[in-house]
Design a protein around this ligand. Structure first.
Ligand SMILES: NC(=O)c1ccc[n+]([C@@H]2O[C@H](COP(=O)([O-])OP(=O)(O)OC[C@H]3O[C@@H](n4cnc5c(N)ncnc54)[C@H](O)[C@@H]3O)[C@@H](O)[C@H]2O)c1
Length: 321
C-alpha cells in the first residue's frame, strides 16, 4: 500500500470539522499547516490540544497572493480543504460570500496546487449538493440538485474539482459527508444551538413541526474518513460519508432536552426555512467497500458526549458561546 501523506496543508483548520482533522493528523505525527481566515466560525482554541504541533497562517483562501505565499513556504504534499461559509440560513440572507469562499476560493486553491504540483487535494463537500430525497439513499453518481445558495456554492465547487480532474488531471478527491455533530461546533447549527439555549432555559427554535429528517455523523468519525480519503481515495472520485443513523429534528431536540432534564415546553416551532430540504440520506457503501471505513459512534453515545462537552464548556465560560 502507498505511504500515508506526511505533510498536509489544511484549510479551515480552525473550524469545527477541520480542527478535529488537525487534532487527529497532528496526533499521528504528521506535519500539519493550517490556513484559516478566522471568520466568526473559526477559533484557534479548538487546536489547543495540539499546540506546537501545527503551524498557523491567517489567510483568506480567496486571496491569490496570500495563498500563493503560503504554498511557496509550506510546499505541501497534500491539501485537505475544509474552509467554507457553512450556514444555510446565512446563505439565504447573504449568498455572495458563499459563492466567493466556497466556489472562487476553491479555484484559487486548486491553481496554487497546480503550481506547486501538490499530489492530492481532498475537497470537503456535503450531502446537501444532492438536494432532498423522498425515499432511498443518494449514490455518488446521482444528479446534483442543490436547494440553498450554500448547497449550490458547494455543488459548483464539486463540479469544478471534477472538471479540473478531466481537463488537467488534477489530483482531486471529493468527500460528501452528512450532518456532523460533536464538541466544538459553533452554536448556530441545530444540535449545539439546542444544547446552549436549553442550558440557559431559552426557547429552542425548531422549523415547522420538526419532521425534517437528517443523517448524523460524529465529527471524529468524519475526520477519520477524511484522513482515509486524503491518503487513499481514488483521484477524480466522489465519496459519500454517511453514518446510516437517521433522526427527525424533533427527536434530536427531545433527546437533548431529556439528557439535560429540561421540559419539552422549551421547544418553539418556527416558520420553515425557504427551500428547506425535507430528507437527506446517503449510501456510503463505496467508501466502506474501497477503504473499509465505517462510522463507529452510535448516535445516542455521540449525543451524550456532545451534551456533556457543552455543559462543561458553558460552565467554564459562564457566558454564551
Ligand atoms: N458541519 C457539517 O455538518 C458539515 C456537513 C457536511 C459538509 N460540511 C463541510 O465541511 C467543511 C467544514 O465544515 P465546518 O462545519 O467545520 O465549518 P465551520 O463553519 O465550523 O468552519 C469553517 C472554517 O473555515 C474558515 N473560513 C471561512 N471562510 C474562509 C476563507 N475565505 N478563507 C479561509 N478560511 C475561511 C472559518 O474561519 C472556519 O474556521 C465545509 O466545507 C462544509 O461545507 C460540513
Amino acid at each position: 500500500m502507498r505511504k500515508k501523506i506526511s505533510k498536509i496543508l489544511v484549510t479551515g483548520g480552525a473550524g469545527f470539522i477541520g480542527s478535529e482533522f488537525v487534532r487527529q493528523a497532528a496526533s499521528q505525527g504528521r506535519k500539519v499547516f493550517v490556513i484559516d481566515k478566522l471568520t466568526y466560525a473559526g477559533d484557534l482554541g479548538r487546536l489547543r490540544p495540539v499546540r506546537g504541533r501545527y503551524k498557523f497562517y491567517r489567510a483568506d483562501i480567496c486571496d491569490r497572493k496570500q495563498v500563493d505565499a503560503v504554498f511557496r513556504q509550506v510546499r505541501p504534499e497534500a491539501v485537505a480543504h475544509f474552509a467554507a461559509e457553512t450556514h444555510v440560513d446565512r446563505s439565504i440572507v447573504e449568498p455572495a460570500s458563499f459563492i466567493r469562499t466556497n466556489f472562487e476560493g476553491t479555484q484559487v486553491l486548486m491553481e496554487a496546487c497546480r503550481k506547486q504540483r501538490v499530489k492530492r487535494f481532498l475537497h470537503f463537500s456535503t450531502d446537501e449538493v444532492y438536494g432532498e430525497i423522498k425515499i432511498g439513499r443518494f449514490s455518488e453518481g446521482d444528479r446534483l440538485r442543490p436547494s440553498s445558495p450554500y448547497a449550490a456554492s458547494k455543488a459548483a465547487a464539486d463540479l469544478l474539482v471534477q472538471a479540473y480532474f478531466r481537463t488537467y488531471g488534477f489530483p482531486g478527491v471529493i468527500a460528501r459527508p452528512c450532518n456532523n455533530y460533536g464538541p466544538w461546533q459553533y452554536p448556530e447549527k441545530l444540535i449545539p444551538l439546542a444544547i446552549t439555549r436549553a442550558l440557559r432555559n431559552q426557547k429552542v427554535p425548531v422549523f415547522l413541526k420538526g419532521q425534517h429528517l437528517r443523517e448524523w455523523l460524529y465529527v471524529s468519525d468524519c475526520a477519520e474518513a477524511a484522513l482515509e480519503l486524503l491518503d487513499y481515495g481514488k483521484l477524480g472520485e466522489a465519496y459519500n460519508v454517511g453514518s446510516g443513523q437517521h433522526k427527525t429534528n424533533i427527536n434530536v431536540v427531545k433527546a437533548i432536552l431529556d439528557l439535560l432534564a429540561k421540559p419539552y415546553t422549551l421547544i418553539a416551532f418556527v416558520r420553515d426555512r425557504p427551500g428547506h430540504d425535507f430528507r437527506y440520506a446517503l449510501d456510503a457503501g463505496k467508501l466502506t467497500k474501497e477503504l473499509g471505513w465505517r462510522a463507529k459512534t452510535k448516535f445516542s453515545e455521540g449525543l451524550r458526549a456532545t451534551v456533556c462537552w457543552y455543559v462543561n464548556y458553558c460552565g467554564k465560560k459562564k457566558q454564551h458561546i
